[in-house]
Design a protein around this ligand. Structure first.
Ligand SMILES: [Cu+2]
Length: 199
């Protein structure tokens, strides 16, 4: 899973203002309300495009697209029909890391963000086909690398969340994992999950 999605909301606000300012500079005849609406739709389009890179085309095309606001609440950019939810890249991390998840994985992510235990015995699937960057393989809430951590970069992968310990026990759990083979992230925490490279 991937770090502080919470910061995305703040980034979106900053981006929207930046877009609006650019528009003011180039076209002073455009009414302020139009500028704001135009900036918002451009930003939303880019966020949706980013989010859709996480899964196979047919999956992300029918998925709901959301972003997380600064306070942890969610904003829906587009309603979907196939039970998958996609989120755009988190700009706080070095690499692109959009993700698409099924309903169970979405509940799991909600538990993680809220620091609550995920429902046990409900297995979920996540796609991260654009890759991902995590601040720590041991701390689910690390926002940036520390003395013992550095950015963990994983290429295109899928993730299995919510399985039993016996499932994760089959795989390596190193703090500094080889990301070219399946490995467990956040082992020993309620948020442990299997990272499965697919390239
Ligand atoms: Cu991941």
């Amino acid at each position: 899973m991937t770090k502080s999605i919470i910061t995305i909301g703040a980034m979106v606000v900053a981006l929207t203002i930046a877009f609006a300012q650019t528009a003011i500079g180039t076209d002073i005849t455009m009414p302020a309300a139009d500028i704001k609406a135009h900036a918002t739709s451009t930003t939303n389009k880019n966020l949706i495009r980013s989010a859709m890179q996480a899964a196979p085309k047919k999956v992300s095309a029918a998925a709901t697209i959301i972003i997380m606001n600064a306070d942890g609440t969610m904003r829906t950019l587009r309603e979907g029909t196939n039970g998958f939810t996609c989120m755009p890249d988190n700009p706080a991390t070095p690499g692109p890391d959009p993700m698409c998840m099924d309903k169970t994985a979405m509940e799991w992510a909600g538990a993680w963000i809220a620091h609550k235990p995920p429902v046990s015995g409900k297995i979920g699937l996540m796609y991260m086909l654009a890759g991902g960057t995590n601040a720590s393989n041991t701390d689910p809430y690390a926002k940036k690398p520390g003395v013992k951590n550095h950015w963990i970069k994983t290429g295109p992968h899928v993730m299995i969340v919510g399985a039993d310990n016996s499932f994760y026990d089959m795989y390596p759990k190193h703090t500094d994992p080889d990301t070219s083979v399946p490995y467990v992230m956040w082992s020993g925490t309620p948020y442990q999950h299997l990272m499965i490279p697919i390239k």
